[in-house]
Design a protein around this ligand. Sequence first.
Ligand code: VGL
Ligand code: ZN
Length: 240
Amino acid sequence: MGNWGMKTLAAALFFTLVLGGMAMAKEATKIGIIVVDIQGDFTKLKNGSLAVDGTDEAYIKAVEENTKKLKETGYPIFATQDWHPANHASFFTNHKGKKAFDVIKLHGKSQVLWPPHCVQKTPGAEILLDKKLFTAVVKKGMDSKYDSYSGFQDDGGKKTALDKLLKKEKIDKLVVYGIATDYCVRATALDAVAAGYKVIMIKNLSRGVAPDTSQKAIDEMKAKGIAVLDDLDLEKIKGN
Ligand code: VGL
Ligand code: ZN
């Protein structure tokens, strides 16, 4: 072998070692799934008290099947569950003279007043998916004084266990979908980005309370760096 051949071989070996070493040093990203508030009270299927448009049997089936597919692929699945006491501050019935969907100021923030929903231990609070899918179910909204759209923390800043659970599993990328696009999906996805996770939101596996606030939520999520996919696509999730 001539001098030129030796140099080429040495260069090839050098780059193989350097690039190979870099590839090994870079930890593989670990994906986790957050399925937000798939509960009877938010669905038409169960005649829920706060039934969101498009939450029929076909929707719940699509969520169930896609979540199963993600679990079979090996991704840990986390569920959030709205879990309110009967005297919760977000219920219009707990404010004299107020009606459903009125907006008040609560702790200095705008608060939509909802019909009573997801009251602890009532059928409407039940998650409509197979519980065996979940690595953990994170309950939220238990403090009567604060609402908690986010699965990570309530409006008083009290953290749930979600971030610690994800860190324990070494998860750094999250796929988020569920109900409602404009409230709990939005808040959970935005808090996830703020906590440093890569986030992908699946639009067609989510349903919103209203079209205008849902569109606004999607624009906001995109602006914060969240990848919004129309449908679940395993290849896109790995690559995004
Ligand atoms: C939700 C309104 C009130 C939600 C929860 O899951 O998006 N919306 N509580
Ligand atoms: Zn709620």
